[in-house]
Design a protein around this ligand. Structure first.
Ligand code: UDX
Ligand code: UDX
Length: 457
């Protein structure tokens, strides 16, 4: 088949994989190749058991794979062949040297840029998909265009706003697609090419184009603002617990104000995921770098309160369970950072399990999709944690159940059956406020929720 454009994506992760799959599905005239240095990940993309769980993903991969969607580890060959290269390698928080704990670790990014330069034999458009500090594109351009091959590389920014668990939906019908470019003739022309790809299925008015720096910064700030809403409502949850107010009621009524809106106001044991913490810390580092310590402190507090919220929840568990959980079996319902994903990166459940172990409790972890990820995250304490697919078995003889992930399945369980198999008094700590508290109390459970004082109950 003759393809009119050849797209390559470097990095077959949670972002690169689903994004390229949808582009291939929607643009049959475009050849889409996804490469990764991780052979087993690519093997999984080529198999019936995809490396990530994402509702709807299997079906779209099956439609496009082998037709115009290809997964490979031959990075060099794919680079040579491509007109447009999306870079979606991971950019974790730096763990060493200057900026450790906050700045982005750009080593994979730079290595990728140098490899692109080394093997390219024609001009290319390079698209930043990974979330990066503002002005990374400038550094990339310097590396790429410092060549004596006479090649020109135009760097664009096209940040991804998809959320895990709804990635396919978000990609099929995005609120907006953002493409940043230099406002030069070659920048604008490259931008138009990428606009043309998305225009195959996204209404033109939803494709927004800005200058490069605005685009890079928007991704960081969008995540910071979303995380800040959760932290704001979580800070209020602590006050609700002291005063007898109910955080769900407060959030519901606040959300009815159209200026505030209802989304991202669900109080919880804390937000997780690969992006929020990393991106806020990246923003904090940038603010410090540009001499804005007050702005840095403001955003850093969003992350600090988030961690406090999780520790605070475990402290409440302890308080309710007679100040001792040593030796007690505690069923941890959910290890994924949110429902509908097997991803456990920065999951609050991880902190909860560590805190429980600190108190010498015996955690039993159950999750519909994330057991193997949980085992990997807890590999240093495998002898102290039990993993159990079946939530009924996980809660047998337990003193408490703690809900860490908002899986719908948990609300639909037979809680009477769970109650009967547990030690008494049987506690439920609902870290996501998803359970029917009235029903549970009727069965006999002692229920503790986030942001609900005991005063009213
Ligand atoms: C990543 C970034 O972390 C995030 O900031 C950005 O917004 C989107 O891309 P994600 O897709 O969730 O997010 O990361 P991950 O699942 O870790 O995937 C990255 C992939 O890149 C991995 O499969 C890794 O093997 C691959 N990789 C990494 C390369 O192919 N080459 C490298 O040099 C480094
Ligand atoms: C986020 C952004 O939403 C997405 O636009 C960006 O591209 C990547 O980062 P993601 O990390 O996949 O996506 O998940 P998201 O749905 O934003 O949830 C993040 C965390 O916040 C989860 O742990 C979730 O459980 C929690 N959350 C979310 C709450 O505690 N309360 C809420 O009201 C919403």
């Amino acid at each position: 088949m003759n393809f009119n454009t050849k797209i390559l994506c470097i990095g077959a992760g949670y972002v690169g994989g689903p994004t390229m799959t949808v582009i291939a599905d929607k643009c049959p005239q475009v050849k889409v190749t996804v490469v990764d240095i991780n052979q087993s990940r690519i093997d999984a993309w080529n198999s019936d058991k995809l490396p990530i769980f994402e509702p709807g993903l299997d079906e779209v991969v099956h439609r496009a794979r082998g037709r115009n969607l290809f997964f490979s580890t031959d990075v060099a060959l794919a680079i040579k062949d491509a007109d447009i290269i999306f870079v979606s390698v991971n950019t974790p928080t730096k763990t060493f040297g200057q900026g450790a704990g906050k700045a982005s670790d750009l080593q994979y990014w730079e290595k990728t840029a140098r490899q692109i330069l080394e093997v390219s034999t024609s001009d290319k458009i390079i698209v930043e998909k990974s979330t990066l500090p503002v002005r990374t594109a400038a550094a990339m351009e310097r590396i790429l265009n410092s060549n004596d091959k006479g090649l020109h590389f135009e760097v664009l920014s096209n940040p991804e706003f998809l959320a895990e668990g709804t990635a396919i939906q978000d990609l099929f019908a995005p609120d907006r697609v953002l493409i940043g470019s230099h406002q030069t003739p070659s920048g604008i022309a490259a931008c138009e090419k990428v606009v043309g790809i998305y225009a195959n299925w996204v209404p033109r008015e939803r494709i927004l184009t800005t200058n490069l720096w605005s685009s890079e910064l928007t991704k960081l700030t969008a995540n910071a603002f979303l995380a800040q809403r959760i932290t704001s409502i979580n800070s209020i949850s602590a006050l609700c617990e002291r005063t007898g107010a109910d955080v769900d009621e407060v959030a519901y009524v606040m959300g009815k104000d159209s200026r505030i809106g209802p989304k991202f106001l669900k109080s919880s044991i804390g937000f997780g995921g690969s992006c929020f913490k990393k991106d806020i810390l990246n923003l904090v580092y940038l603010c410090e770098h540009y001499g804005l310590p007050q702005v840095a402190a403001y955003w850093e507090s969003v992350v600090n309160i988030n961690e406090w919220q999780t520790h605070r929840f475990v402290a409440r568990m302890l308080e309710h369970m007679f100040n001792t959980i040593a030796g007690k079996r505690i069923a941890v319902f959910g290890f994924a950072f949110k429902a509908d994903t097997g991803d456990t990166r920065e999951s609050p459940a991880h902190l909860v399990v560590r805190d429980l172990l600190e108190e010498r409790a015996h955690p039993i972890v159950t999750d519909p999709k994330a057991i193997s990820e949980a085992k990997r995250d807890l590999k240093d304490v495998l002898d102290k944690v039990v993993f159990e697919e079946d939530p009924y078995k996980a809660s047998e003889n337990a003193h408490a159940v703690v809900v860490c992930t908002e899986w719908k399945q948990f609300a639909a369980l037979d809680w009477k059956r769970i109650y009967d198999s547990m030690e008494k008094p049987a506690f439920v700590f609902d870290g996501r406020n998803i359970l029917n508290v009235v029903e549970l109390r009727k069965i006999g459970f002692e229920v503790v929720s986030v942001g609900k004082g005991m005063a009213e109950t």
